[in-house]
Write a protein that binds this ligand. Structure first.
Ligand code: PLP
Length: 388
């Protein structure tokens, strides 16, 4: 039995997406900037996808969608695109639990003399909006906050946070990579200036993403070249992967009403089945949470260390694909910076695991996974160990 529970890492391209890829690669492979029929056909494919992606976030103007190579590029374009407008270093605000495609550009800005405030989060990974109010300075030019945290599943009060920033004339960017296609996004209600999306997180294919740019928001492009994508992202568009993104976005929007509650019920079932397991502590917020996201830290007695990575390996041997938050650098396992920021100690922060569900996850998968997970822990942790 093979069970994939790592849909936050990537999702399998859906059949309609594969069909679209095939048809575009066969029939509409032209360069969208060319003026002949081949070019026009490819341009029509890209513009159709732009409308589909805009609809996913309920954006009225398709021109507000700038196609990129993925979520990482969209995030970099947001941060650096704003920063590069300024001749002298200013101040930006991010959270302490951002994806590295935000925290790394922010770190680079710091090296260039910018001030970066990282808002603290509580034990469940939530930001207190008052902290944002207090962090704002006269030279704050951008606030960037992750909507749904990929490692611990916590959702942020984006509307409230964006209101605080925008009412003071400060640009607000949201990384919605994990949320899009899983929860309804209404760009006007969310009231943000910039929003990042990634195709392969919603059953498209890897290599396409988008940055929503509100009309009137000025950015300096990262790449110099032919001026495609409204002069914000030079380079010939990846027509087939963009078309696949469009189809995936349209279908995700159509299925949201049924798929989101289904995921929530599977997610809650998995949490419930594992609630009596003494070796697992749930992480993240249980109420404000991504619909498909289950996460824990593994706790073992003082003498033991069971890392998230160990659990990934063990579950993989049992045919179940999950992920852990800690990453290896130069052969050494490092605690998850996200769990550290949430107040867990170094040992605990090595023990994070994440199980993320998707379209193909069934109730049987959930029940089986819970049983296997418990069995693995019972085997790894000595039975007489007193924990907590
Ligand atoms: C919250 C978040 N932002 C950004 C990214 C980067 O997206 P991409 O893989 O499309 O570059 C990811 C990927 O895991 C993510 O989870």
């Amino acid at each position: 039995m093979q069970i994939y529970l790592d849909y936050s890492a990537t999702t399998p391209p859906r059949p309609e997406v594969k069909e679209k890829l095939q048809s575009v690669l066969t029939q509409h492979w032209g360069n969208p900037s060319s003026l002949h029929t081949w070019g026009n056909n490819a341009a029509t494919v890209v513009e159709t996808a732009r409308i589909q992606v805009a609809s996913l976030i309920n954006a009225i103007d398709p021109e507000s969608i700038i196609f990129t190579s993925g979520g990482t590029e969209a995030n970099n374009l947001a941060i650096m695109g704003v920063a590069r407008k300024y001749k002298t270093p200013q101040h930006i605000i991010i959270s302490s639990i951002e994806h590295s495609s935000i925290s790394e550009p922010a770190r680079l800005l710091e090296e260039w003399g910018w001030e970066v405030t990282q808002l603290k989060v509580n034990r469940t990974g939530r930001i207190n909006p008052i902290d944002l109010k207090n962090a704002i300075q006269p030279n704050t030019v951008l606030v960037s906050i992750i909507y749904g945290q990929s490692e611990v599943g916590t959702l942020q009060p984006i509307e409230e946070l964006s209101h605080i920033a925008r009412s003071r004339g400060i640009l607000f960017h949201v990384d919605a990579v994990q949320v899009a296609g899983r929860l309804l996004i209404n760009i006007e209600q969310l009231n943000v200036d910039l929003l990042s999306l990634s195709s392969h997180k919603l059953y498209g294919v890897q290599g396409a993403g988008a940055l929503y740019v509100r009309e009137g928001v000025e950015l300096v492009p990262l790449l110099g070249g032919g001026g495609q994508e409204n002069h914000l992202r030079s380079g010939t568009q990846a027509v087939s992967t963009i078309a696949a993104f469009g189809v995936a976005a349209e279908l995700a929007a159509t299925e949201l009403e049924t798929e989101t509650p289904r995921l929530i019920s599977l997610r809650d079932r998995l949490f419930d089945l594992l609630a009596d397991c003494p070796y697992l502590i749930p992480t993240g917020d249980r109420l404000y949470r991504l619909p498909h996201h289950v996460s824990f830290i593994v706790v073992a007695p003082e003498s033991e260390q069971i890392t998230g990575k160990t659990m990934v390996r063990q579950l993989n041997l049992a045919g179940i694909g999950i992920s852990s938050g800690s990453a290896c650098h130069s052969g050494k396992l490092n605690p998850s910076p996200i769990l550290l920021a949430m107040g867990y100690n170094s040992k605990e922060s090595l023990g994070g695991i994440r199980l993320t569900l998707g379209r193909e996850t069934t109730i049987e998968d959930i029940d089986w996974t819970a049983m296997v997970l418990k069995q693995i822990l019972d085997r790894l942790i000595p039975p007489l160990a007193v924990i907590r």
